[in-house]
Design a protein around this ligand. Structure first.
Ligand code: C2E
Ligand code: MG
Ligand code: MG
Ligand code: MG
Length: 281
């Protein structure tokens, strides 16, 4: 009986692995045509100050495939990174976000921050910084209005490679934000060495902030680190007024989450900004 259970378990494991593997291959195939077929697009989620002003937006990629439906970026960015598709997708993201948000800013006669997620592979690509510089020049973006979000995983890579690129961007005036902070491996000594302008407290801490003392203390610690190192601190995944209130009490500067607004296409964002100048309070 036991042996049979075990055999089933092995089969199950094998099937799971295989379907995971097949899905990856499928995603890779479909992603290639999505890029050329225009099935990728960007949405934008407002980032808000403690007193309710919209400071900027985070650009987030979306993919709606005819056969697979919506595939979340958490799933396909990883596939893109291992199959050589990341340079093209990264270029699409940077170019589309800058183009759409520059147009919107001109239309609204209002400037705000554009935060763009940069994957590790993309960041370490030869010519990445030069590409950013070209796009900034092309769209005439003031560098201080551009934020690049990187995750702590870039620091597992060779610091000798990462540091010059970060310094070059920083010298241009581009802001650097450390995404999902607290879930990775960066040590305080790394923070001291790098030109980081912002820490994003990971959503997992925000989720539990009102029910779990440890999560709350973790968020408070990140805010304290930010203050001590002269970085702004943004809380991601804020879903309730109670979470916001606690974070404001703790001295958090910036907020992002469904409580304020969900990510939306540029056209919707235009209406949203026009109709709700300060609905956040
Ligand atoms: P991230 O950069 O940490 O983005 C935050 C994620 O949380 C987004 O998921 C956003 O839609 C979601 N979110 C924001 N507020 C709330 C909230 O209040 N509640 C909940 N439940 N979720 C919230 P999304 O868009 O699915 O992106 C997931 C991850 O995929 C991102 O995490 C980022 O690491 C990656 N990603 C997304 N777009 C891009 C992109 O254009 N380029 C790269 N390289 N990575 C991207
Ligand atoms: Mg992000
Ligand atoms: Mg994040
Ligand atoms: Mg996150």
């Amino acid at each position: 009986h036991e042996a049979k259970k075990e055999r089933n378990a092995v089969h199950f494991y094998h099937d799971e692995m295989e379907s995971g593997y097949l899905r990856k291959i499928r995603i890779e195939q479909r992603l290639r045509s999505a890029l050329s077929g225009g099935h990728l697009f960007m949405v934008y989620q407002p980032q808000v100050s403690h007193d309710g002003r919209m400071l900027g937006v985070e650009a987030l990629i979306r993919w709606k495939d005819d056969e697979l439906g919506f595939v979340p970026p958490d799933e396909f960015i990883g596939v893109a990174e291992t199959t050589g598709l990341m340079p093209a997708i990264g270029e699409f993201v940077v170019n589309t976000a800058m183009r759409e948000m520059t147009l919107l800013q001109q239309h609204l006669r209002q400037q705000f921050d554009i935060a763009i997620n940069i994957s590790v592979k993309q960041f370490l690509q030869a010519g990445f910084v030069a590409g950013i510089r070209e796009h900034i020049n092309h769209y005439r973006i003031e560098p201080k209005y551009l934020t690049l979000e990187i995750t702590e995983s870039v620091f597992i890579e060779d610091l000798q490679m990462v540091l010059p690129a970060l310094n070059e961007l920083h010298d241009m005036g581009v802001r650097i934000s450390l995404d999902d902070f607290g879930t990775g491996f960066s040590s305080l000594s790394v923070l001291r060495l790098l030109p980081i302008d912002e820490l994003k407290i990971d959503k997992s801490f925000i989720d539990d902030i009102r029910t779990d003392q440890t999560a709350h203390k973790m968020a408070q610690s990140v805010i304290a680190i930010g203050k001590n190192y002269n970085m702004s601190v943004l809380a991601e995944g804020v879903e309730t007024a109670e979470q916001k209130a606690l974070l404001i009490e703790d001295g958090c500067d910036r907020f992002q989450g469904y409580h304020f607004a969900k990510p939306m296409p540029a056209a919707e964002l235009a209406v949203f900004i026009r109709e709700s100048p300060a609905i956040y309070l």
